[in-house]
Design a protein around this ligand. Structure first.
Ligand SMILES: Cc1ncc(COP(=O)(O)O)c(C=O)c1O
Length: 405
């Protein structure tokens, strides 16, 4: 795969800031969009904009076909059993909130929900709220000094009170890839429901939802070339079938009287109201684009960038790197420069049109656990090049001079 060629498909990568071409290294926050995705959204609005599942008119039929095609493409992408298992939500956060709400009936006072200490707030706060509602207890598996999940601790923390286990497949800070298949087995041995926060994994590695042994998986289109405002909840059909809906109203009903209602078939039972039609169609185009490249190529390219980035940054005196070895993580490099605030490092890089992210990255408890306030984070995707990593390294060296460290 040739990143230079791929770049030509991304109009935004041509823009300049302070006279320099942008080096976009903030892909864990959101990715840029190729022309095919932008055009798919534009084409919907220009040529067949209509509501879905509503009309016999030809516009609505075409919109419905394309919207449903996106469900099917998503199902094939992650090896779901069928498109009934693919619920479109707003984002990974909404998918996890849906689960924390709709699985609530399975939780009683004193039950335990097992998470890890490396969760994004999206896979923590909804469970905190559920635990509060049901007087349940949150339990956390620890992490090693290297930034990996402590597997022994994880096994120890599962018990007969554990009803739900929800784990990130890839950390948005450390990049750590967790062995979800092994964790699912452990959870299932104890009869717990197993959920994967796949927001940072589906965009980067080939995922086999059925093969993981998990019950549910959540991710967002915008982190994998798709539009914002469209996310996915994958769930085993029989489990989704048993669960009560999260949001109610139009499109998710079968029959309604003044007294009561019955629910639509899956996945629409969980898609109340007019969905993000343009977003789903754009996501379908993003899936096509990624599949054309292939996930083996994507992973290999990210590993090359990651190894080069780790090498360049480890050569700079005063840079502290976080996270495990290259082969055990995604293309994310979290770092700090001596006692310089990560926002200040990001500010200097921004002056040079190198876009990274800084702060606590919606993982405040992990930052506390690591004894730091925040980190600077560079994260790579298919269009990044080693030259952009050189510019990242040059910017950090410049920050050293500016701050005299
Ligand atoms: C690991 C992880 N989980 C969940 C989310 C939430 O994704 P979204 O903001 O698209 O809902 C993110 C976003 O950064 C993430 O990195």
């Amino acid at each position: 795969m040739d990143a230079r060629k791929i770049r030509q498909d991304f109009p935004i990568l041509r823009i300049r800031h302070n006279g320099k071409q942008i080096a976009y290294l903030d892909n864990a926050a959101t990715t840029q969009k190729p022309r095919s995705v932008i055009n798919a959204v534009k084409e919907y609005y220009e040529n067949y904009n209509a509501n879905v599942h509503r009309g016999l008119n030809f516009l609505s039929q075409k919109a419905t076909d394309k919207y449903e095609e996106a469900h099917e493409k998503t199902a094939r992408l992650i090896n779901a059993k069928n498109s009934a298992e693919i619920v479109f939500t707003k984002n990974a956060t909404e998918s996890l909130n849906l689960l924390a709400y709709s699985l609530g009936e399975k939780i009683s006072e004193g039950d335990e929900i097992l998470l890890t200490k490396m969760e994004h707030h999206a896979n923590l706060v909804p469970w905190q709220e559920l635990a509060k509602r049901k007087k349940a207890k949150l339990v956390f598996a620890g992490i090693t000094r290297e930034g990996k999940l402590d597997l022994e601790d994880f096994a120890l923390k599962i018990g007969n009170r554990t009803k739900i286990v929800s784990v990130t497949q890839a950390s948005n800070i450390l990049g750590t890839i967790n062995p979800v298949k092994r964790l699912a087995k452990e959870a299932k041995k104890n009869g717990a429901i197993f959920i994967i926060d796949a927001a940072q994994s589906v965009p980067h590695i080939k995922i086999d939802a059925k093969g993981t042994g998990a019950d549910f998986m959540a991710f967002s289109a915008h982190k994998m070339l798709g539009p914002t405002g469209i996310g996915v909840l994958w769930g085993k059909e029989e489990m989704l079938g048993e669960m009560p809906p999260f949001l109610t109203g139009g499109d998710m009903i079968s029959e309604v009287t003044f007294e009561k209602s019955t629910w639509n078939k899956l996945p629409w039972k969980f898609e109340a109201g007019t969905p993000n039609i343009a977003g789903a169609i754009g996501f379908g185009a993003a899936i096509d684009y990624l599949k054309k490249i292939g996930f083996a190529g994507i992973r290999a390219q990210e590993q090359r960038l990651l190894k080069y980035g780790l090498k360049r940054l480890s050569e700079i005196n005063g840079v502290k790197l976080y996270g495990p070895k290259a082969g055990e993580r995604t293309g994310i490099i979290a770092f700090n420069l001596n006692n310089v605030h990560p926002h200040d490092v990001a500010g200097i890089l921004d002056e040079n049109a190198v876009a990274i992210r800084s702060g606590n990255h919606c993982a405040q408890p992990l930052m506390n656990e690591m004894g730091i306030q925040g980190v600077a984070r560079a994260s790579f995707y298919i269009y990044n090049t080693p030259e952009e990593i050189d510019r990242l390294a040059d910017g950090i060296i410049r920050a050293k001079k500016v701050f005299g460290v």
